[in-house]
Design a protein around this ligand. Structure first.
Ligand code: HEC
Ligand code: HEC
Ligand code: HEC
Length: 437
């Protein structure tokens, strides 16, 4: 009898505790909420607008030619295409009927209208966003964004793969909650960790993914895989760790901050999807926030692997008229006018190739693709003039491309492996013919 009563009491206490935990969690989600009717202050809306830039919501929820944040961007997943949602405050098709708690659940926990969102929405990074920042974002989307009635589009994922319950299992396995960011005593470092691991979601592109497409490490505490570089849409996003010659270890905090705010520094110029990240998001970082991001990246120390040291051998040989090295003549004929024989380029105009992590890291995809298809520098408020790298796909054979890529990856102190001509064909843009010489 007594044992039973005890059990019952324990059970009740347990249930009570659970209820309490549940309540704390619930109130957590409702932090400061009196949705819709709450008067949002102008300061909150402005702050939310800034945080929406930091989170780069527009990258996925805005499409050229349509109303801002009205969604409809097609995103490919291994099982079919999905479309981003309309997150304007339209009551019928947007998130106009969302309470702050609903918004928070979508942003930080990946759950909207009772179903789990595809992790293409970077909620596992956003999950560390502070409640006050979630509220500011909510204020901005409710009052700072114009409602637009664009209907949401269904995914192209066929049944039964379109069922969402496996996404819930994925969420339980790979988006642990609660998760804390890597806070420290240094306020600037903590701010940087909060921005990079959270709204900035830098790891979604710069951290390798595992077999279930989960990002291998969500923060600094996840170990050396975090921001150690990854392939994204056919381009290589280099390591952002403070490591050896294959990463941005040689960049100072000021230089990293300058790259994020302008798109260039003396080590290189942004391209591919980083262009959009800079144009839509990081160019708007305040100087303090950009420096905070930089300090956090510098704190991701790897055991010293050899730092990059400039080596003048290649440049002296070219100056002597000795183009005997593999690819050297091609470099002189096609590249040296802009990138210079010493590989140092012209800062902010033609990027340095010497010591540029894009050339020193092992995957050759970015170098080969940029030679084949060319590229245009990002246009930012800090660097409004754009410069173009011409496409060489129609001028250089697979062998030429491999040779010149090998040259730039092995000169001036760069030490990346040679590139094989057989590796070029699959990287050629489909719409450009291959020269047959
Ligand atoms: C990398 C792309 C990407 C970024 C960046 C992104 N989202 Fe999303 N978001 C998505 C996708 C894809 C969906 C739809 C997922 C689905 O249908 O399961 C989505 C869904 C949502 C939803 C759920 C809407 C609904 O009812 O279906 C909200 C709210 C949302 N995003 C808000 C935001 C905010 C706020 C930001 C910026 C802080 C942001 N998103 C940044 C891709 C993104
Ligand atoms: C959508 C994918 C994507 C996201 C998100 C992203 N990056 Fe990148 N990033 C890239 C790619 C691709 C490159 C390689 C091209 C280049 O060097 O510009 C790159 C390059 C860089 C470089 C230059 C590295 C080098 O060696 O030249 C820095 C620095 C950088 N990213 C920082 C960041 C930070 C900080 C964030 C988060 C605020 C971030 N990135 C978010 C895709 C991304
Ligand atoms: C007309 C000037 C010009 C010529 C010629 C040229 N480039 Fe470039 N190159 C650029 C510009 C401008 C960029 C920056 C593109 C960007 O970041 O969007 C660039 C970027 C690059 C990059 C990426 C580095 C970075 O940080 O952005 C590589 C690698 C590269 N060029 C290699 C070559 C090679 C190899 C050749 C010869 C086959 C060549 N380039 C010819 C202007 C030129």
């Amino acid at each position: 009898m007594r044992a039973r009563a005890l059990l019952l009491a324990a059970g009740l206490a347990g249930a009570g505790l659970l209820a309490l935990v549940g309540m704390t969690r619930w109130s957590d989600l409702h932090a400061g909420a009196a949705p819709q009717s709450a008067p949002f202050s102008a300061g909150m809306i402005t702050r939310g607008a800034y945080l929406a830039k930091v989170g780069d919501c527009a990258a996925c929820h805005s499409v050229a030619g349509a109303a801002p944040f009205s969604g409809g961007l097609k995103m490919l997943t291994p099982i079919g295409a999905i479309y981003t949602s309309n997150i304007t405050p339209d009551v019928r098709n947007g998130i106009g009927a969302y309470s702050l708690a609903d918004f928070d659940r979508a942003l930080r926990f990946g759950v909207a209208s009772g179903h789990t969102l595809y992790p293409a929405m970077p909620y596992s990074a956003y999950s560390i966003t502070a409640p006050a920042d979630v509220a500011a974002l909510y204020a901005y989307f409710m009052r700072g964004v114009a409602p637009d009635p664009a209907p949401n589009r269904d995914s192209e994922i066929p049944f039964p793969l379109s069922m969402r319950w496996p996404l819930t299992l994925w969420r339980w396995a790979f988006a642990p909650e609660p998760r804390a960011f890597s806070a420290s005593n240094d306020a600037r470092l903590s701010r940087g960790a909060y921005l990079v691991e959270g709204l900035g979601h830098c790891g979604d592109c710069h951290t390798a993914r595992g077999p279930a497409l989960q990002v291998r490490a969500l923060g600094a505490s996840g170990g050396p895989a975090y921001l150690a570089g990854a392939m994204i849409d056919g381009w290589h996003a280099p390591s952002l760790r403070n490591g050896d010659r294959t990463s941005i270890g040689a960049w100072s905090e000021m230089e990293i901050a300058a790259f994020l705010r302008s798109g260039n520094n003396r080590h290189g110029i942004a391209f591919a999807s980083m262009n959009e990240v800079i144009v839509n998001s990081t160019q708007f970082l305040t100087e303090d926030d950009a420096l905070a991001v930089a300090r956090f990246l510098k704190s991701l120390n790897d055991p010293a692997g050899g730092a990059y040291v400039y080596d003048a051998t290649a440049s002296l040989a070219l100056r002597r008229g000795d183009a005997g090295a593999r690819g050297a003549q091609l470099y002189l004929d096609n590249c040296a006018a802009c990138h210079r024989p010493d590989g140092r380029g012209y800062e902010g105009v033609f990027p340095a190739l010497a010591g540029n992590p894009v050339l020193t890291s092992a995957p050759h995809d970015s170098v080969v693709r940029i030679i084949l298809q060319g590229m245009r520098t990002p246009r930012t408020a800090a660097a409004p003039a754009q410069f173009t790298m011409p496409a060489f796909a129609w001028r250089l054979s697979d062998q030429d491309v491999a040779d010149v890529a090998t040259f730039v990856r092995a000169s001036w102190g760069n030490q990346a492996p040679a590139v094989d001509a057989k590796a070029i064909a699959r990287l050629r843009p489909k719409d450009q013919p291959t020269p047959n010489h």
